[in-house]
Design a protein around this ligand. Structure first.
Ligand SMILES: Cc1cc2nc3c(=O)[nH]c(=O)nc-3n(C[C@H](O)[C@H](O)[C@H](O)COP(=O)(O)O)c2cc1C
Length: 479
């Protein structure tokens, strides 16, 4: 189906922002004519997103992460060094228009802080010497793309005995082939049996969501992947996109096959722009293999395609209805919930929205079968979960744990350094004390006070951090 013009608005704003460093008055007028909107409406979209500017942001636009993990890893020193070396202060551009310095919340690199984006390319594990080198190279006209880092995946732990679910070798098309053998209802049965629940944090049963979309009579349906990963301290989706783009794509194809959709969209957070080419290359590979496009996987009449849509810096766009608004080229404001997205989602068509990890897990469950998946975990929480671990520990990174692991076990694995409290699931999650280290990480209700319901982020803090730095960032519930 042809998408309306306004859905391309974000792409055009990105092009203008990247080519000119800002969006001019003339651009606003041009866009308003092109999309048949008022200038105020266009201004409204531009002003909503952190990465779109109405004033020049410098030849080199530098966004330094100011999250709590960056703070404890030396943010202040980096900030000072950047200001000294570039000759400007944060929130402004230097006199020559060369450097623009801006602060930004968590950029999904908490395992390698302090970090920054320069013209949206990643620079990690920053220190004063590295900053001096970077700025002097940029002054010589070096392209940031040629000197940026390739962030490490830091996959620190997988279930022993080669029992990883997410990271074992994957043959493109294998999960989809099994899905077509199972049939649409068989796929739903398998996901139900495996008790797969949404990994974006709400843990809604995936099979129920897919089943609700399948039962909609509409001829046009969408599959949307939520790759906005805005929860501070989380980076599991970054690692999945970098290492498992094929299983993500395959999870989306299986979803499209099951619900009867023809269109898939990955909404990729602006902070992960550096992953866009890689993701699109994986999509192209699937197209070339006949697994995307017309008659995917030689299934007559099953046509399915995927495109990537960039976000532009907005935490709230991770919320599914705000994400839909943003996909439609509007301000990313959450919708009043008259309808679930599976009823009226993208462009008012039935839409399944799932997290990156959910799609990857769905593909793996279909590939290996629910029984194999359920050989790990605990009752009520079968299988495995990806955790993003950062803060005061020797081994920050990604942990694929069996559901039911205790916090104490995780702290030991990551070599936590004098842990005193842990912020679970970002600021909107829960701050737990080391006294609660025998709590299990599982899907059971957080209110039961027995188990931690977790979107994926574990930020560990030692006693010395307690107080000022934590209070600055979080509402401490109890320690
Ligand atoms: C403020 C807010 C931010 C959210 N951010 C994200 C996010 O970054 N990534 C994500 O997958 N889900 C996020 N969610 C949850 C989504 O609204 C939605 O539940 C999820 O994408 C559904 O996918 P799942 O069922 O696979 O978890 C957020 C929700 C809220 C209320």
């Amino acid at each position: 189906m042809q998408e309306p013009l306004q859905t391309r608005m974000m792409d055009q704003l990105w092009d203008l922002q990247l080519s000119n460093g800002y969006i001019t008055d003339e651009d606003v007028i041009k866009l308003s004519r092109q999309f048949n909107l008022s200038e105020i409406e266009v201004e409204g979209v531009v002003s909503f997103y952190h990465f779109f500017h109405r004033k020049p942001t410098g030849k080199y636009t530098i966004y330094l992460n100011n999250s709590i993990v960056a703070d404890i890893k030396g943010f202040s020193r980096i900030k000072e060094t950047l200001e000294r070396e570039s000759g400007t202060t944060f929130g402004s551009v230097d006199r020559t228009g060369t450097f623009g310095l801006f602060l930004t919340p968590c950029i999904g690199l908490s395992d390698q802080e302090p970090s920054a984006l320069i013209n949206f390319y990643p620079f990690t594990n920053l220190n004063a010497i590295k900053i001096k080198d970077i700025i002097s190279s940029l002054k010589r006209g070096v392209d940031p793309e040629t000197i940026c880092d390739s962030p490490a995946d830091n996959i620190r732990y997988m279930p022993p005995g080669n029992k990883t679910v997410f990271f074992k070798e994957f043959a493109n098309g294998s999960a989809f082939a099994r899905a077509t053998t199972l049939g649409e209802d068989g796929v739903l049965e398998e996901l139900k049996k495996a008790e797969l629940a949404g990994r974006g944090g709400a843990y809604y049963p995936t099979w129920k969501k897919w089943s609700a979309a399948k039962s909609q009579p509409s001829a046009t349906k969408y599959v949307v992947c939520n790759a906005d990963e805005g929860e501070p301290g989380t980076f599991k989706d970054r690692v999945l996109i970098n290492t498992q783009a094929n299983t993500l794509i395959e999870g989306m194809i299986i979803c499209g096959y099951t619900i009867g959709a023809e269109n898939g969209i990955v909404y990729l957070r602006g902070e992960y722009r550096w992953l866009k080419n890689k993701l699109e290359a994986a999509i192209d590979e699937y197209k070339k293999a006949g697994l995307l496009g017309t008659d995917c996987g030689n299934i007559k009449g099953f046509n399915f395609d995927i495109r990537v849509q960039m976000g532009a810096g907005s935490y709230v766009c991770g919320e599914e209805t705000a994400l839909l608004e943003s996909l439609e080229g509007k301000r990313g404001e959450p919708r009043t919930k008259w309808f679930f997205p599976v009823e009226k989602g993208y462009l008012q068509h039935p839409t399944v929205i799932n997290n990156v990890e959910t799609f990857c897990a769905a593909a793996r469950i279909i590939e290996i079968g629910a029984d194999a998946y359920m050989s790990q975990g605990i009752p009520g929480s079968p299988g495995v979960k990806l955790l993003s671990v950062s803060g005061d520990c020797k081994l920050p990174g990604l942990y694929e744990i069996e559901w039911g692991m205790t916090v104490a076990e995780l702290l030991e694995l990551c070599e936590a350094e004098d842990p005193y409290y842990i912020q679970v699931s970002g600021p909107s999650g829960e701050c737990i004390s080391i006294k609660e280290k025998y709590r299990r990480i599982s899907m059971l209700d957080l209110l039961a006070r027995k188990d931690i319901r977790c979107g994926g982020s574990f930020m560990i803090f030692s006693k010395q951090r307690f107080g000022k730095s934590a209070a600055k960032f979080f509402r401490i519930l109890y320690v």
